[in-house]
Design a binder for this molecule. Structure first.
Ligand SMILES: Nc1ncnc2c1ncn2[C@@H]1O[C@H](COP(=O)(O)OP(=O)(O)O)[C@@H](O)[C@H]1O
Ligand SMILES: [Mg+2]
Length: 152
């Protein structure tokens, strides 16, 4: 019997250190992986932006004052959706609902805008956050790519 369920057609797993220079690396990795789905320029830009926010959070919040490992898993599905999971083993988030509110930040220096999760939500089709204090955080970003390209 033929299943209508979407199937995962490709997976890429990478890990890197939580250094700020690896934020652009993460964006490039996401971009390179998504190329196989023939995304539009704006779909690509949106996902890169969301990935950037999630990875930056690992660097500045999860592994604050230290350096840890960021794990990135990318999956491409038969229905032209892409899922990018960004995971850390850092400090974790106490109150996820509060953390995801626009303008909420725990940054005491006022350097952060508190808009990271809002950007992720606006530029993707789904953001899922799982976190445990002292154990780490997993952010899953999902985006469904259009089947008709408009910019070619
Ligand atoms: N990976 C993470 N580990 C620990 N805390 C996090 C992580 N990601 C986000 N947070 C918490 O959620 C808050 C909101 O994140 P965000 O919306 O990106 O805003 P900002 O990074 O500008 O503070 C952060 O201030 C931080 O307290
Ligand atoms: Mg942020």
């Amino acid at each position: 019997m033929k299943s209508k369920e979407k199937s995962c057609e490709n997976t890429l797993k990478v890990s890197f250190e939580s250094l700020s220079r690896n934020e652009s690396l993460a964006r490039s990795l996401a971009s390179a992986f998504m190329t196989q789905l023939d995304p539009t320029v704006s779909e690509l830009a949106d996902m890169k932006c969301a990935v950037s926010e999630a990875v930056t959070n690992c660097t500045v919040h999860a592994y604050k004052n230290t350096v840890g490992t960021v794990y990135m898993t990318m999956k491409a599905y038969s229905d032209r959706s892409v899922r990018i999971e960004i995971r850390d083993k850092g400090c974790g988030i106490d109150n996820i609902e509060e953390a995801m509110q626009p303008l909420f930040t725990t940054d005491p220096d006022g350097e952060r805008s508190g808009m990271g999760f809002t950007v992720m939500e606006n530029f993707t089709d789904g953001v899922r956050v799982i976190s445990r204090r002292g154990k780490g955080t997993k952010v899953t970003l999902t985006k469904k790519l259009s089947s008709l390209r408009s910019d070619t």
